[in-house]
Design a binder for this molecule. Structure first.
Ligand code: SF4
Length: 568
């Protein structure tokens, strides 16, 4: 699995190259960030010919290791201007692994405005015209592609907002059943893909040789131990039952559940949108509903779900915590059915639910519609669909929406809206938001499950540093962060499985070292792009406006936060 495919959009030429022996451990985020850092001018026009879009599979890609098939997508972010990596589950990385592909890199720009697919199978690689898919929303476009290429293909696809280069647009990836619902949502990478004139990447692995495992016995043994540990782990069991929505009760109790554009940290209707209620609604409605769904081959945690309507037909899959909060509590909406509709609409248009939820809440704060206006929120997405001026603004994400509407309290760092954790109540995440190389992003350094007093400033820099390194390590291997819960006593399983698959010696310490080097490389790119320590802070209101539910402000000092990157 060491093939790198480069597509030169100007000429249409497709070239193959191979990772060298020294590059064997470079995958996922380590690879996307290395390519961007070394090959992209940090000052380049994000939609110009010098930016690149990189898709990279992880080190377990093509196997059935639980949570081991995440796909990393990177570029210079149209939303933040920083380096960007956004990753998602689904079946794309699995198929890349089976086809022996480690990365796909789009370079340059097409000579004229056009829309194409990239199709790859064992026998063929080609750019194919996609003009008939222009402005087609993601669900019907995916259905049509599966009809054209067969329902076993994997697809990464953008919606109309990506084609329009809207800054809040993401890239959807198919899940185990072919739903285009696993989103590399953050950073406007859908707009970058749109600027390359690529509507979709279609992977057909039907005749693929698959991964050659160097030490099948070691892999089988380690996988068995890992799966047993996952199934016996109480905390991971809660993920299986409630999904990520189990987080609603935790953040609500901490005063960290974003509510009414981050003006509160607890929501009156939290019980209506929490993991318990989600589980109950799904199981009571039955039909195709499934509270414990696996988004990729081999996952035994199964934190995903299929949310049905009252007739048992699918409304959306998955309905996740971040979306429930940003499109729900943060907009004053406490109705899972409405949140599911908003989620489906965002997915179909190709929008990141976090930045779009932030934009809708900011429109509410500006008085365009009131908080809690369910129909009004759906109408704002109609505006996006109809490509009106207001719709274009919303699809540009929270920061642009807030600025255009004259809102002062914009909960964002480096142009990206915060995820579903108020940084005054989970201060380690506040440090991550402020200092991350990716802008405000919870997956860059999640501290909520760390044994630390979240309301106090003490120890948060160390917590964030540890989380940023560990999270980056998982991004570089291509695994879900949740896997960490099963590795507390056996971190070496991570490296053992790499040794088993690739036949190369590898240690856990080496994996941590790759993560650290990746973070430093990303930080260096951002510095060359013009960012400095001065950009590593939260919006002013978090320092002076008390969160009424946690009774705290953000008070980790800037001097302390500078220590986050004190490592080699
Ligand atoms: S834990 Fe959740 S996100 Fe990760 S692979 Fe499983 S279903 Fe997908």
């Amino acid at each position: 699995m060491n093939k790198i495919i480069r597509i030169q959009m100007e000429t249409g030429e497709i070239k193959e190259e191979y990772c060298s022996k020294e590059e064997q451990l470079l995958a996922g985020r380590a690879l996307t960030s290395k390519v961007i850092s070394e090959e992209v001018n940090p000052h380049c026009d994000v939609f110009g010919s010098h930016n690149k879009l990189v898709l990279a599979a992880g080190l377990y890609a093509g196997t059935t290791i639980s949570c081991g098939n995440r796909l990393s997508i990177g570029g210079k972010s149209p939303l933040t201007g920083t380096i960007k990596e956004s990753n998602a589950g689904g079946n794309m990385a699995y198929k890349m692994g089976k086809l022996g592909i480690r990365a796909i890199i789009f370079e340059g720009l097409p000579p004229k405005e056009s829309l194409q697919f990239l199709y790859i199978s064992e026998e063929k690689m080609a750019l194919l015209p996609a003009n008939e898919y222009k402005e087609m929303p993601i669900y019907p476009a995916t259905k049509k592609l599966r009809h054209q290429f067969g329902d076993k293909v994997g697809i990464s696809i953008i919606g109309p907002t990506g084609e329009r280069r809207s800054l809040a647009s993401g890239i959807a990836n198919t899940d185990n059943e072919g739903r285009p619902s696993r989103y590399c949502g953050r950073g406007g990478l859908g707009a970058l893909m749109g600027s390359k004139g690529i509507k979709a990447i279609v992977l057909d692995d039907s005749n693929a040789k698959g991964v050659t495992i160097e030490n099948a016995a070691l892999l089988k043994k380690t996988q068995k131990q890992l799966n047993k540990e996952i199934l016996n782990n109480e905390a991971l069991g809660r993920f299986t039952k409630y999904g990520t929505a189990g987080m609603v009760d935790i953040t609500n109790a901490l005063g960290a559940l974003p509510t009414h554009n981050f003006s509160r940290g607890a929501f009156d209707l939290a019980k209506a949108i929490n993991g318990n209620n989600l589980h109950e609604v799904i199981t009571q409605r039955g039909g195709v509903g499934n509270p414990s769904h696996s988004c990729m081959p081999g996952c035994v945690i199964r934190c995903s779900n299929v949310y049905p309507d009252d007739q048992g037909k699918e409304k959306v899959s998955p309905l996740e915590y971040e979306t429930i909060s940003l499109l729900g509590s943060n907009c004053g909406i406490g109705n899972l059915d409405v949140i599911a509709d908003l989620n489906y609409r965002c997915n179909n248009l190709g929008l990141d639910t976090i930045d779009t939820g932030g934009a809708i809440a900011l429109a509410m704060e500006a008085g365009v519609i009131p908080f809690g206006d369910e129909l009004g929120a759906l109408n704002l997405l109609n505006e996006v669909e109809q490509n009106t001026w207001l719709g274009r603004i919303i699809a540009s994400g929270g920061v642009r929406t807030g600025q255009i509407l004259g809102v002062r309290r914009i909960p964002a760092v480096k142009g990206q809206i915060m995820a579903a954790y108020d940084p005054r109540a989970i201060k380690g995440l506040g440090v991550t938001y402020a200092t991350s190389t990716m802008g405000a992003d919870h997956t860059a350094g999640q501290t909520v499950r760390m044994p630390i007093e979240h309301h106090h400033a003490k120890g948060q820099v160390e917590a964030s540093q540890k989380a940023q390194i560990t999270n980056t390590m998982h991004d570089c291997i291509g695994t879900c962060l949740f896997l960490n819960g099963a590795l507390a006593n056996h971190p070496e399983w991570l490296s053992d499985m790499i040794t088993a698959i690739h036949g190369i010696t590898c240690s856990y310490e080496e994996l941590l070292s790759i993560a650290k080097q990746t973070l430093l490389l990303e930080r260096d790119f951002n510095q060359r792009a013009g960012f400095s320590d001065q950009d590593d802070h939260l919006p002013e209101f978090f320092y002076i406006e008390e969160n009424p539910d946690s009774k705290t402000v953000f008070d980790v000092s800037h001097t302390e936060m500078k220590k986050v990157f004190d490592f080699e």
